[in-house]
Design a protein around this ligand. Structure first.
Ligand code: FAD
Ligand code: N01
Length: 534
């Protein structure tokens, strides 16, 4: 006889920044909660992406939880931009400090979640045979957690080892003396390439689209900055919460076309030397709205590439062109462009010779074959919807999420879905998510969901569901705001273009984290307008 499903108040899927904080909030309420995590350790992104060179490109003092002033005072970051091991140990500290691990089930992937209309509860099943019944189902599955592989055939035939940056093994990989091929030059590729080059006998980089890569000027954290921030952390956090990208910067007041070439160059140069993701894109009011303005910043960055790369032909291939700056996620590097000055490093431009297949011995393009001992796959993720659609989720009337989202992900505030009561997403499509300092967005989502649960408890409600009209209005708004910008112009993962067959719609909300927060607060103050409760 099948045993009865375990009854819980809430199931959380994923134990990264989102799932851990959600768990903490639910534990504080005294609710029974289980977190299922596919990985062998907590940490999410910072557990899986252990490739050499992996680090954050939001400054450590900003890329951290703000919910407990004691936590932010007691933790000491060592670098301006924290490395993957440092962020992972921070999250491990958080898990231990708030006694979170007791409710986390590791090495367990949720495969199915279905809403039972007769009981108004979610039944959640895992690949380890769990079946639990929960009132709330909270997806903290991550925007960049489902790895994407090159669409060409043959990876399974390659005779040497290969590593996807997003599935890096726990033990160190030694590239010494090897011929290595790296496919992909997004944020992961540009981070791993210099470190592979340090060890490999020979490295070939396969680039399909050159990226806009700014220098990070990373180094030991500035202790004056630490002291100043710790003395004023509340104001700093508030400024981040009200900002556009979750990072407080001085807001621009002028168009890039309003100032002289000389003044603009000076501003971009200062931005460049600041080593900050937003220093150039937020230097003028119109860089993400106006192509002509954008081109001034794009050309400034191309000049830096030409200055750094000694071989003009290689520099020309590395110069980012064909899409506006900032419309694919820009990168911050450590020695990326300089790496191409090494004799052992070669660049293959896949716009000149297309990738055909991976073979037993290497990689074949339309121009010929390249032999390798090891491959590094840095081809990114099925972003924003991939992890959610990786679970067989069915709502009211047995309608699946994949059917609901066949033309693109409609959501209410990126947090909830009509037809899927009591299910919430953290950093779902339709929220600022990947366009923000994600910890700022994550905290806002978790706190908003937590408040909604309190509201339901206080009012004796057991079911909450986004109304279809509210969902449509929000989704239309997300797309309308997106269409005012240059974002739809690039074939980015923001629009699903990196995954063949995926609906092409701009998934993150580009209206800014401050404006988004205000809208969420208004919805809550209006008694959760756009939600039906009973
Ligand atoms: P994740 O950290 O992705 O955690 C989600 C977890 O859910 C994963 O552990 C996954 O295993 C688990 N999961 C998914 N599906 C299932 C399932 N079906 N069953 C069980 N478990 C499941 N953001 C920034 O703001 N700044 C940065 O500088 C930055 N750098 C990044 C660098 C890298 C290499 C990557 C990949 C992302 C980076 N990001 C950055 C984005 C980063 O993902 C977020 O900042 C943040 O860590 C997301 O936390 P999360 O908990 O929402 O998701
Ligand atoms: O993935 P990506 P990522 N054949 O999608 C190429 C965060 N992150 O893992 O641009 C050949 O950006 C693809 O080419 P193209 C951050 O949010 C942050 O690097 O599609 N090439 C591209 O060059 C980031 O944005 C950090 O033409 C193929 C690359 O692979 C997000 O995670 C570090 C291909 C994929 O780039 C994802 O970054 C790491 C194919 N079939 C990650 N398919 C920080 O620094 C794809 N490519 C904070």
């Amino acid at each position: 006889m099948a045993s009865a499903a375990e009854e819980l108040d809430a199931v959380v899927v994923g134990a990264g920044f989102s799932g851990l904080y959600m768990l903490h909030k639910l534990q504080e309420k005294g609710l029974s909660v289980k977190v299922f995590e596919a990985g062998a350790e907590i940490g999410g992104t910072w557990y899986w992406n252990k490739y050499p060179g992996a680090r954050c490109d939001v400054e450590s003092m900003d890329y951290s939880y703000s919910f407990d002033p004691e936590l932010e005072q007691e933790w000491d970051w060592t670098e301006k931009y924290p490395s993957q091991p440092e962020i992972l140990s921070y999250l491990q500290h958080v898990a231990d400090r708030y006694d979170l691990r007791k409710d986390v089930v590791l090495r367990t992937r949720v495969t199915q979640a279905s809403f039972d209309e007769s009981t108004s509860r979610w039944t959640v099943r895992t690949d380890q045979g769990h079946e639990v019944s929960a009132k709330y189902c909270i997806m903290a599955t991550g925007c960049l957690s489902k790895p994407k592989f090159p669409e060409v055939p043959g990876l399974d035939t390659f005779s040497g080892p290969w590593y996807h940056t997003g599935l890096w093994p726990d033990s160190a990989v030694d590239f010494s003396g090897q011929r290595v091929g790296v496919i992909g030059t997004g944020s992961s590729g540009i981070q791993v390439i210099p470190f592979v080059a340090d060890q490999a006998a020979d490295l070939t980089v396969f680039q399909r689209t050159p990226n806009y890569v700014l220098s990070s000027f990373n180094g030991p954290i500035d202790q004056d900055r630490v002291a100043a921030t710790k003395a004023n952390y509340r104001q700093a956090r508030e400024a981040a919460r009200q900002s556009i990208f979750g990072i407080a910067v001085d807001m621009p007041t002028k168009s890039a076309l309003e100032v002289s070439d000389e003044e603009r160059r000076e501003v971009y140069q200062k931005g460049w030397e600041r080593g900050h993701l937003n220093a150039i894109i937020q230097a003028y009011t119109d860089l993400i709205f106006n192509e002509e303005s954008n081109e001034t910043a794009a050309e400034f960055i191309r000049e830096q590439v030409r200055a750094k790369v000694t071989d003009p032909a290689t520099a020309a291939k590395l110069e980012p062109r064909g899409y506006p700056y900032g419309t694919k996620r820009p990168c911050l590097d450590t020695r990326y462009y300089e790496t191409f000055n090494r004799e052992s490093v070669h660049l293959v431009d896949l716009r000149e010779e297309a990738l055909i297949e991976i073979t037993e011995t290497g990689v074949r393009t339309t121009a010929g074959e390249y032999a390798f001992d090891t491959l590094v796959i840095a081809t990114g993720f099925d972003a924003m919807t991939g992890a959610l659609l990786g679970i067989d989720i069915t709502g009211k009337g047995g309608v699946s999420l994949s059917k609901k989202w066949q033309d693109g992900p409609d959501t209410y505030l990126g947090l909830a879905l009509s037809g899927f009561p009591n299910l919430f997403m953290i950093t779902g499509p339709g929220s600022p998510s990947v366009l923000s300092n994600m910890v700022v967005s994550i905290e806002q989502h978790v706190e908003w969901i937590s408040d909604l649960i309190d509201h339901m408890t206080a009012n004796g409600h057991s079911v909450v569901e986004a109304e279809a009209t509210a969902e449509k209005e929000w989704t239309d708004h997300v797309r309308a705001v997106g269409d005012m910008t240059l974002f739809p112009k690039a074939d980015s993962y923001y629009v699903g273009a990196n995954v063949p067959g995926k609906a092409r719609v701009l998934m993150p909300y580009v209206g800014g984290v401050g404006g988004y927060r205000q809208r969420c607060d208004e919805v809550a103050s209006a008694g959760y307008a756009g939600f039906a409760m009973r």
